[in-house]
Design a protein around this ligand. Structure first.
Ligand SMILES: Nc1ncnc2c1ncn2[C@@H]1O[C@H](COP(=O)(O)OP(=O)(O)OP(=O)(O)O)[C@@H](O)[C@H]1O
Ligand SMILES: [Mg+2]
Length: 254
């Protein structure tokens, strides 16, 4: 049996005194990749922010167990140190922080004067040049550059559980394939399923990236609740045909 890496039980979350998520149960095994689907405003990004422990997202019920430890009350810093990582849907620009310096810190080489060869290879692979390392993080980056920068930072960090919030949105076809290749590296896809150590939760709207990144299970979040879980291909096929309306009928939610 697969060992569980993340266990979310009966989770309810409020933002600004408004309940956004409720009754969320989600279990992700070590080495598994799950997909999170759902219409705009369903609460997908809210779930990610909650898992990372941003203070604005108040857990009013339930618990989050990560690596067998209850992290529901832990700070974001502690959760990241335990091995959580994210590529944000809309990360902020960080004035005064150079991308090169951030990468050094994320790769544990903060004291070094130069970025390591290993990191420089990844920088080049993600189609950045040295000028980018001197630029403030995300400031004036194009939409596609922001997405590539998020994946580059994850490659520096090497987390054990990685959340990808629409890594493919606004990215051209060629770059989606490039990002997918790196996402596969991050999720140990080059290893046999039973040998994989890394797990992921991936939000995508169009599902195009799933042509390149294999997923074990998909979940549909509707109105703050998990409405359905199952085979990713079947669920995406249904959504393409009938939209999320079909999920409402299938699960009998209102
Ligand atoms: N700070 C906030 N104050 C009030 N409402 C909020 C706040 N943050 C999020 N919400 C609301 O929570 C709901 C869920 O938002 P969320 O960003 O999680 O949706 P999503 O599923 O990621 O949607 P999308 O596919 O458009 O990215 C939305 O109705 C949003 O307006
Ligand atoms: Mg979102």
């Amino acid at each position: 049996m697969v060992k569980l890496l993340l266990e979310i039980t009966d989770l309810a979350v409020e933002v600004n005194n408004k309940e956004i998520l409720s009754d969320v149960d989600l279990y992700i095994g070590k080495g598994e990749t799950h997909v999170l689907l759902g219409p705009n405003g369903a609460g997908k990004s809210t779930l990610f922010m909650t898992l990372l422990g941003f203070p604005k997202y108040k857990v009013t019920r339930g618990e989050i167990i990560f690596k067998s430890k209850d992290v529901t009350q832990l700070s974001t810093t502690d959760r990241v140190r335990m091995g959580m990582g994210v590529s944000f849907q809309n990360p902020p620009a960080i004035r005064g922080v150079k991308l090169g310096d951030l990468l050094k810190i994320e790769h544990g080489e903060g004291e070094e004067p130069e970025l390591s060869h290993e990191m420089m290879d990844l920088v080049t692979k993600l189609k950045f040049d040295e000028n980018f390392l001197e630029r403030d993080v995300n400031l004036g980056f194009s939409g596609g550059e922001v997405k590539r920068s998020e994946i580059l930072q994850l490659l520096a960090q090497e987390p054990d559980f990685i959340m990808f919030d629409e890594p493919d949105s606004g990215v051209d076809i060629e770059n989606v394939e490039l990002l997918a290749e790196e996402i596969n590296t991050l999720l140990d896809k080059d290893k046999k399923p039973g040998m994989r150590e890394k797990s992921g939760l991936l939000i995508t709207h169009l599902g195009y990236i799933l042509n390149f990144v294999g997923a074990d299970t998909a979940h549909v979040l509707m109105d703050g609740k998990i409405a359905c879980s199952g085979n990713p291909n079947e669920i995406i096929e249904d959504i393409r045909k009938e939209g999320f309306k079909g999920c409402v009928e299938c699960c009998g939610i209102h």
